[in-house]
Design a protein around this ligand. Structure first.
Ligand SMILES: Nc1ncnc2c1ncn2[C@@H]1O[C@H](COP(=O)(O)OP(=O)(O)OP(=O)(O)O)[C@@H](O)[C@H]1O
Length: 223
């Protein structure tokens, strides 16, 4: 079991305050959904946590110990699937799996995933955007990191594969705390155990679709 507690995240770009006060906690077995309108700072927040973007303030602990974001990658505390493709296009899918994992169990988790099995002979650059996103999610999901960050995992993925992905999230969360953001809010709400919405730089805990209306992420005219 591992517990991540974010007490306060702040970030400005020049005079634009993007994140003013963002806080949440997530532990092994939980999937946290992060909602918010375009440009509210969701990707920025994930990059700050992963340590690839500087912050003005990022006060967080794992299991009660203060963590500096610069320790996240070297200590393998979190895995991160960014919004945009990140794998080398020239490599074959099977070689990516073998390069990432020496452990047979981890290799098998990816190789024998039904959505990945049919892709292993292809080069990364030959995958469709949806196939690539699906592969990236399963690849990272097989890691041993205690926490995983997914930026728009459902984007471009067809409905059948999204169902597979949701089942995969439910399996891997037994050993991980997961944070994910996506505008496919139905899929997110079906996957998560807790949720926040970021509005005007401040995080709010929410539970239902009607809360998303309250915080003006969804239109009130939706039935
Ligand atoms: N490196 C940067 N320099 C300046 N501004 C930036 C930079 N990165 C992001 N921003 C700005 O910060 C804001 C938040 O961007 P971010 O990508 O985090 O939004 P988001 O919530 O993930 O949006 P979306 O839902 O569209 O993916 C945007 O207005 C964006 O233009």
């Amino acid at each position: 079991m591992a517990l991540l507690q974010l007490y306060n995240a702040q970030k400005s770009f020049g005079k634009r305050e993007i994140l003013k006060r963002v806080s949440f906690s997530v532990e092994t077995g939980e999937v946290l959904g992060i909602f918010g309108r375009n440009g509210c700072g969701k990707s920025t927040l994930l990059k700050m946590l992963f340590g690839t973007m500087s912050s003005d303030l990022l006060d967080f602990e794992i299991d009660g110990k203060k963590v500096n974001a610069s320790q996240v990658i070297p200590k393998q505390l979190m895995g991160y699937v960014p919004q945009h493709p990140f794998l080398p296009k020239s490599l074959k899918v099977r070689d990516v799996i073998l390069t990432c994992y020496q452990d047979e169990k981890q290799q098998d988790t990816v190789f024998y995933n039904s959505g990945v099995a049919k892709l292993t002979h292809k080069r990364v650059g030959e995958l469709s955007l949806g196939e690539l996103k699906y592969f990236e999610v399963i690849l990272l999901g097989a890691s041993t990191h205690p926490f995983l960050l997914f930026d728009e995992p459902f984007s471009m993925v067809d409905p059948m594969m999204k169902e597979n992905m949701k089942t995969f999230f439910l399996e891997i969360k037994k050993e991980k705390g997961i944070m994910l953001t996506d505008h496919y809010y139905d899929d997110v709400l079906q996957t998560t155990s807790k949720n926040i919405v970021i509005k005007d730089g401040i995080s709010h805990h929410i539970r239902t679709e009607s809360d998303l209306k309250k915080f003006e992420y969804l239109s009130n005219s939706r039935c």
